[in-house]
Ligand binder design. Structure first.
Ligand SMILES: Cc1cc2nc3c(=O)[nH]c(=O)nc-3n(C[C@H](O)[C@H](O)[C@H](O)COP(=O)(O)OP(=O)(O)OC[C@H]3O[C@@H](n4cnc5c(N)ncnc54)[C@H](O)[C@@H]3O)c2cc1C
Length: 502
C-alpha cells in the first residue's frame, strides 16, 4: 500500500501525489491532525475552522471514489508508525511543502523515519516553488512552463482499505487559544470554485483600481488566498482559468471589454508573486525568525513597547484607518494588500516595534496565513530586507485616499459613527466628538521622521550594507524587465519614501 499524505493540498483534482500513487498501488488517503502544530504561536482557531470545511469536502470527494479520507490525530511519525504496524507500506506520497519552521523540522523527522524503514517518500512539485534552487535567473520562465502544463484529472476509483479514522478534536481540546472571529470565509473546494468564477466573470472587473481601498477590495479582490493556502484549488488551475478568461476577453468587441483586460493582467501577475515570495522562504527558512539583511539586527529589539503593541492589536491606536483595519481583520480574517502593508508599516515605523510579534499576531488573524508570503512581506514593510525601497505609509493620507467618505471607518469604529465628516480622519481635532475613541498613541509626523532618519543613517554611505544587499538581490530578487529595472534604480536613489504630512 502507498500512503498519500494530504497537507496543504486539500483537493483531488490536479493532485500529482494522489494521481501518481494511484497508478502504483492501493492508496490510503491520509490527513494527520498534529496537535503540536496547532499549539505553535502562528496558528489560530480561524485556520482550524477553514481547515474543517476543507477536510469535510475532501472526505466527501474521496468517499465518492471508493475510499474515505483517513484522519489521524497525533505526531506524524507516531501516526505513520502505527499505520505501518497494520499495513505493508511501500511508499509515502505528499506534495513538497514550503511552510513554517515547525513543519520543516517535522518533515526532517519523517524523512528519517522513511529512511529507517526503507519506505520511499515521493514529494512531487506543488505550485511553482522550486526546491534546492541554484539560480534565480530562469525562475519566472520555469514558473510559466509549470503553470501551462495540462491539469491532472482526479482518479476515477480508489480501492477500499481497512482502516479507521480518529474524530477531529474540538479546537479547545487542542489546547490552543481563543479567537473572536465571527465572519470568516467558508473553506472547501466548492466555495473556492465559486469565488474563482464570480471573480473572473463578475466581481473582478474593477480589480486594478479597487484592490487598494478596503471599501471596495472585500468584493473586488479574488478572495482566493485562503484557498491557495489550504490547496482546495491548485495554482495551475487558477492560472489556467485566468488564461481562459483572457482569451474570451480578447475575442470581445472593444466596447464590451471594459476594464477586464487590466484586471486579469494584474491578477495573473499576482499569482506569480505568490510563488515568488514563497520561494524566498524555501531558499532561506531563517527569514521566518531573523532579519533578511543583517545590518538591521539590533535596530528595534530593545525598544519594544508593549503598550503600543496592545493598542495596535486591539484597534485602539488613535489613527482611524489603522484601527478600522485591525478591527475588520480581527472580525473577518481578511484585509487587502495595501491595508496589510499600512498596518505593518505603522507597527514597524511609527510604533518602532520589531516585526516578529506583530507578524505572529497578523498570522493568527489572516485566514490565508502563508508563511512564505507573510514573512517576506512583513520584512519588506518593516524595511529589513535591505533591498527594497522603504515605504512609510502615512495612515491619515491612506484614510483620505482610500476611504474618503469614512464609510469603512464608521462601520468598524462605532465610536466615530456620528463624528463630523471633517474630522473622520483626524478625530483628535474634534474634541468632544471622540466618544471614547482614544487620542493617537504617538505623533504621526515625529515618529515617521524618527524612523526615516534611523534607517537612512544606517544605509547612507554604508559599503557593508550595499555588499550584503547585493548578495540578497542575487538570491531573492525578482529579475526585472529593463523598464522596471530603470524605475527601481531611480527609486533606489531615494531609498526612504515617506508619505508626506498633509
Ligand atoms: C504584511 C503582509 C502580510 C501578508 N501575508 C500574507 C499571507 O500570509 N498570505 C497570503 O496569501 N498573502 C499575504 N499577503 C499578500 C496579500 O495581501 C494577499 O495575498 C491578498 O491580500 C489576498 O487576498 P486575495 O486572494 O483577494 O488577493 P488578490 O488580490 O485577488 O490576488 C490573488 C492572489 O495573488 C497572490 N497575491 C496577491 N498579492 C500578493 C502579494 N503582494 N504578494 C504575494 N502574493 C500575492 C495571493 O495568492 C492572492 O490570493 C501579505 C501582505 C502583506 C503586506
Amino acid at each position: 500500500m502507498h500512503i498519500v499524505w494530504f497537507k496543504r493540498d486539500l483537493r483531488i483534482e490536479d493532485h500529482q501525489a494522489l494521481i501518481q500513487a494511484v497508478q502504483s498501488a492501493p492508496v490510503m488517503p491520509l490527513y494527520i491532525l498534529e496537535p503540536e502544530l496547532w499549539q505553535q504561536p502562528d496558528m489560530s482557531r480561524r485556520h482550524y475552522m477553514f481547515l474543517q470545511d476543507c477536510l469535510y469536502e475532501l472526505d466527501q470527494s474521496l468517499t465518492m471514489l471508493g475510499q474515505k479520507l483517513i484522519i489521524k490525530v497525533g505526531n506524524a511519525v507516531d501516526v505513520l508508525d502505527a499505520i505501518r504496524a497494520r499495513h505493508a507500506i511501500q511508499a509515502l506520497w505528499s506534495h513538497q511543502e514550503t511552510w513554517n519552521g515547525w513543519s520543516y523540522e517535522r518533515d526532517k523527522a519523517v524523512k528519517c523515519w522513511c529512511k529507517s524503514h526503507t519506505i520511499t517518500w515521493h514529494e512531487p512539485f506543488q505550485n511553482g516553488v522550486i526546491r534546492r534552487l541554484s539560480d534565480r535567473n530562469d525562475w519566472s520562465a520555469r514558473w510559466y512552463r509549470e503553470m501551462k502544463k495540462p491539469m491532472l484529472r482526479a482518479p476515477s476509483y480508489l480501492k477500499t482499505i481497512d482502516e479507521y479514522s480518529d474524530n477531529l478534536p474540538d479546537y479547545a481540546e487542542l489546547g490552543a487559544g481563543q479567537d473572536s472571529v465571527n465572519g470568516i470565509q467558508k473553506g472547501g473546494r466548492t466555495e473556492g470554485l465559486r469565488q474563482l468564477k464570480s471573480f473572473l466573470y463578475k466581481r473582478g472587473e474593477g480589480y486594478s483600481k479597487e484592490m487598494s481601498s478596503p471599501v471596495t477590495a472585500f468584493d473586488s479582490c479574488s478572495r482566493l488566498s485562503a484557498h491557495l493556502a489550504f490547496g482546495t484549488l491548485s495554482m495551475r488551475e487558477i492560472f489556467q482559468a485566468c488564461e481562459k478568461r483572457n482569451q474570451e476577453i480578447r475575442k470581445m468587441a472593444r466596447e464590451d471589454k471594459g476594464k477586464w483586460p487590466s484586471a486579469t493582467r494584474s491578477f495573473s501577475s499576482r499569482l506569480r508573486w505568490h510563488c515568488h515570495f514563497m520561494q524566498k522562504l524555501e531558499d532561506e527558512p531563517r527569514i521566518e525568525f531573523k532579519n533578511m539583511h543583517p545590518a538591521y539586527n539590533g535596530l528595534r529589539e530593545q525598544d519594544f513597547n508593549n503598550d503600543y503593541f496592545e493598542a495596535w492589536k486591539s484597534g485602539m491606536a488613535g489613527y482611524p484607518m489603522v484601527d478600522a483595519c485591525m478591527r475588520a481583520l480581527t472580525a473577518t480574517g481578511w484585509l487587502n494588500f495595501r491595508m496589510r502593508a499600512m498596518v505593518m508599516s505603522f507597527a514597524s515605523y511609527h510604533l518602532w516595534l520589531h516585526w516578529r510579534k506583530p507578524a505572529l499576531h497578523l498570522a493568527n488573524l489572516f485566514t490565508d496565513y502563508e508563511p512564505g508570503i507573510h514573512y517576506s512581506q512583513v520584512q519588506m514593510q518593516s524595511g529589513t530586507t535591505g533591498i527594497n525601497a522603504i515605504r512609510i505609509y502615512n495612515p491619515i493620507k491612506q484614510g483620505i485616499d482610500h476611504d474618503p467618505e469614512g464609510s469603512f471607518i464608521r462601520h468598524w469604529i462605532p465610536e466615530l459613527r456620528n463624528i463630523d465628516q471633517a474630522y473622520i480622519h483626524t478625530p483628535w481635532q474634534a474634541g468632544s466628538q471622540m466618544n471614547g475613541y482614544p487620542m493617537p498613541i504617538v505623533d504621526e509626523k515625529t515618529t515617521r521622521k524618527a524612523a526615516a532618519d534611523k534607517l537612512y543613517s544606517l544605509r547612507k554611505n554604508n559599503a557593508a550594507h550595499r555588499e550584503a544587499a547585493q548578495t540578497i538581490v542575487k538570491k531573492h530578487g525578482s529579475r526585472k524587465s529593463v523598464s522596471t529595472r530603470k524605475r527601481r534604480q531611480k527609486q533606489a536613489k531615494t531609498p526612504i519614501q515617506c508619505e508626506l504630512p498633509l
